[in-house]
Write a protein that binds this ligand. Structure first.
Ligand code: AMP
Ligand code: GLY
Length: 435
């Protein structure tokens, strides 16, 4: 079986590893945007090309006689890569363009949940001009969020208290978005702890993955600019120390209801990974956003724990028979940490060489934004390499991850606080005081 993975970051390295572990006969092909040596080593071919072009993807799939494609990042989904592949009879893990709107349009997602009475939204309104903005800001008071209604690489969201310090600041940002010709969503700022709950979905059936917490801020203590995610942790019981059983159940129910709503709206089911970005609040679990793919770094946590055959799961998703597939994860805790270039995310150094010779366990290392120049491994400017520690407790997994990520040489930095007892306790205490 020829399997195509689109994308070449650490998430895709985790996907390729999971495919490789399957006992099934397979050849893996990767269409990526950089030379990822971790992926290259496991694939029959890794070709670097423009992965945000459907024709490039379909031509490559044809040339390699691909049977099944797994799409890592959101952009190819947003431009209809899944549709184009299905049209040539390649089965796909990753939703069609219409269904990928769950990630590409914040307004679409809020409206879908409202239309289908899925009560997980904060107060919100969609705007394409400044008309009504002042009135809605007054209704929201101090707690508001302005979101650009499209893909913005995590940079389109501005939150009161963090990025916006008054209604005037909010109006200026809204005006900026209007001038760009953009639609935006203004919504209530929710207070609580965020977590990611991803589910495999075959259009009808869902199988849920362990809950994970990401850390979006660049610096320790959750300070500094927003990033793609600096690190993540998950716990042995597949919940998180600050979540109740009821919270996890609510997140499952919201994913199930959303998949059903999508099927009802489009006739066609959502086939792929449905990634709910949730927040647990004093008022229960609410949805911050949906993503139409595996999270990065979340994929490294959950796929490192996956005991079942990943190819079988992907076949189940594509063929609509996930209910017949065994999906099991080890009951262990994981901590994933990224090393990123100095200056990341605003002014990252690029092209400097990195040294991985002191890594103890190469199986725990995931290559991300790296490239190979003249035989040397260099930083390509974004999150560079990740490591995952796996142990009986978050605390023990953190120590493993911290030791390994500290051993990476080069002009890089990481967040030493992710997964530490002190940081996890802070999350638990916040939820205790809110509840
Ligand atoms: P997004 O790009 O939608 O993932 O949003 C980026 C970050 O903005 C999220 O991870 C949250 O930390 C924050 N955020 C977005 N919407 C809200 C909200 N309604 N309340 C509080 N924080 C939010
Ligand atoms: N971990 C955040 C994301 O994948 O979007």
């Amino acid at each position: 079986m020829n399997i195509l993975v689109v994308g070449s970051g650490a998430r895709e390295h985790a996907i390729v590893r999971a495919i490789e572990r399957s006992p099934k006969d397979k050849e893996i092909f990767c269409l990526g945007s950089n030379v990822n040596p971790g992926i290259a080593e496991l694939c029959a071919d890794l070709t670097v090309a423009n992965i945000n072009d459907t024709h490039t993807i379909t031509s490559y799939a044809k040339k390699r006689a691909v049977d099944l494609a797994i799409i890592g990042p959101e952009k190819p989904l947003a431009i209809g890569a899944a549709d184009a592949l299905w049209d040539m009879d390649v089965r796909v893990v990753g939703p069609r363009k219409d269904l990928a709107q769950i990630e590409t349009s914040k307004a679409f997602t809020r409206d879908l949940l409202t239309e289908y009475n899925i009560s997980a939204c904060p107060k919100y309104k969609t705007f394409s001009s400044l008309g009504g903005v002042v009135e809605f800001l007054s209704e929201l008071g101090e707690n508001f969020v302005v979101k650009y209604d499209g893909l913005a690489g995590g940079k389109g969201v501005k939150v009161s208290g963090d990025h916006l310090h008054s209604h005037d600041d909010a109006k200026i940002y809204c005006q900026e978005l209007v001038e760009k010709g953009g639609v935006f969503v203004l919504e209530e700022k929710l207070i609580g702890q965020e977590f990611s709950l991803m589910s495999f979905c075959d259009g009808e059936n869902l199988k849920h993955m362990p809950a994970v917490q990401d850390h979006k801020r660049a610096y320790e203590g959750d300070t500094g600019p927003n990033t793609g995610g600096m690190g993540t942790y998950s716990d042995g019981d597949h919940s998180l120390p600050f979540l109740t059983k009821y919270d996890v159940n609510q997140a499952h129910e919201i994913n199930i209801a959303t998949a059903k709503a999508l099927k009802n709206k489009f006739g066609d089911g959502y086939k792929g990974v449905l990634y709910g970005g949730f927040i647990t609040t004093a008022d229960g679990v609410k949805l911050i956003e949906y993503n139409a793919r595996f999270g990065d770094p979340e994929a490294m946590n959950v796929l490192s724990l996956l005991e079942s055959d990943f190819i079988e799961i992907c076949n189940g998703i594509a063929d609509g028979r996930l209910n017949q597939v065994d999906v099991r994860f080890k009951n262990k805790a994981t901590v994933c940490k990224y090393a990123v270039p100095e200056g990341y995310p605003d002014n990252p150094v690029k092209g400097e060489s990195i040294d991985l010779s002191n890594i103890e366990n190469p199986d725990s290392l995931f290559y991300a934004s790296v490239d190979v120049h003249n035989g040397k491994l260099i930083e390509a400017g974004s999150r560079t390499v990740a490591v995952v520690g796996i142990a009986e407790s978050i605390s023990a997994a953190e120590k493993i991850a911290e030791k390994e990520i500290s051993a990476v040489g080069g002009p890089l930095f990481h967040r030493a606080d992710i997964g530490t007892d002190a940081l996890v306790q802070k999350r638990v205490d916040q939820m205790k005081s809110l509840r």
